[in-house]
Design a protein around this ligand. Structure first.
Ligand SMILES: C[S@@+](CC[C@H](N)C(=O)[O-])C[C@H]1O[C@@H](n2cnc3c(N)ncnc32)[C@H](O)[C@@H]1O
Length: 204
């Protein structure tokens, strides 16, 4: 991994993830999360302040060392036990059926194989557990979609593996979840990277 990807990119991404427009998504997910929570690609741990008293523990998995260091800073003083693990979403070091809530906020765009990650999410969720998601992805507007497909190879390269054209709810449904409480819409600009999907996935 090069110097840009290891040191510069995590700082740029962390700053982008701090934007105010994303706070309502984090807040909604934080209020809905319960019990033992697993966060995929916890990054700089920006969701932690939003978890309520129904959360008993958070496990954050994160493959990037730079983000793990930022997450450790963010986890300091959390009101619940918080464990950070160097791991990838497609190989979760977590027992099957042991998690009440999985949270993914702007991580499914970046994982190389979203289907493999979602299969792991299904495995670790207990029966009746929930996947809470806020992700950006494929726009419903054909003209924007065309640009998303054109730009994706370049974007992917510059933005640390982030894909702008993934059909998030469809991917989640194909992985065996029912999607409910789905909200969609653009949040900010540019349109190619800001069509948001947030909602709840329940294993079928
Ligand atoms: C755009 S950042 C979002 C960070 C955080 N979820 C948030 O809401 O601020 C994408 C995150 O996905 C992580 N990531 C990349 N590949 C991953 C993988 N294979 N499994 C899990 N996380 C991954 C990145 O290291 C980064 O922390």
């Amino acid at each position: 991994m090069g110097w840009y990807a290891r040191y510069v990119l995590p700082k740029l991404l962390a700053s982008a993830m701090r934007q105010k427009d994303l706070v309502p998504f984090r807040s909604r997910i934080g209020r809905a999360a319960t019990g033992r929570v697993l966060e995929l690609g916890i990054g700089p741990a920006l969701n932690l302040p939003f978890y309520g008293p129904d959360v008993t523990a958070v496990i954050g998995i994160e493959p990037s060392r730079a983000f793990l260091d930022m997450a450790a800073e963010g986890a300091r003083g959390a009101a619940f036990p918080c464990r950070l693990l160097a791991a990838r979403g497609d190989a979760l070091p977590i027992d099957s059926g042991s998690i009440d809530t999985v949270v993914t906020t702007w991580t499914l765009c970046t994982v190389p194989d979203a289907a493999a990650v979602l299969a792991e999410v299904r495995r670790v969720l207990r029966p009746g557990g929930k996947l809470l998601f806020a992700e950006h992805g494929r726009s419903p507007e054909p003209s924007v979609r065309r640009w998303q497909d054109r730009l994706n190879p370049v974007w992917l390269h510059l933005a640390g593996g982030c894909n702008i054209n993934r059909p998030m709810p469809a991917l989640i449904e194909q992985a065996g979840f029912s999607v409910s409480d789905l909200s969609t819409g653009y949040v900010g600009r540019p349109k190619v990277a800001t069509f948001m999907f947030s909602g709840v996935g329940t294993p079928r």
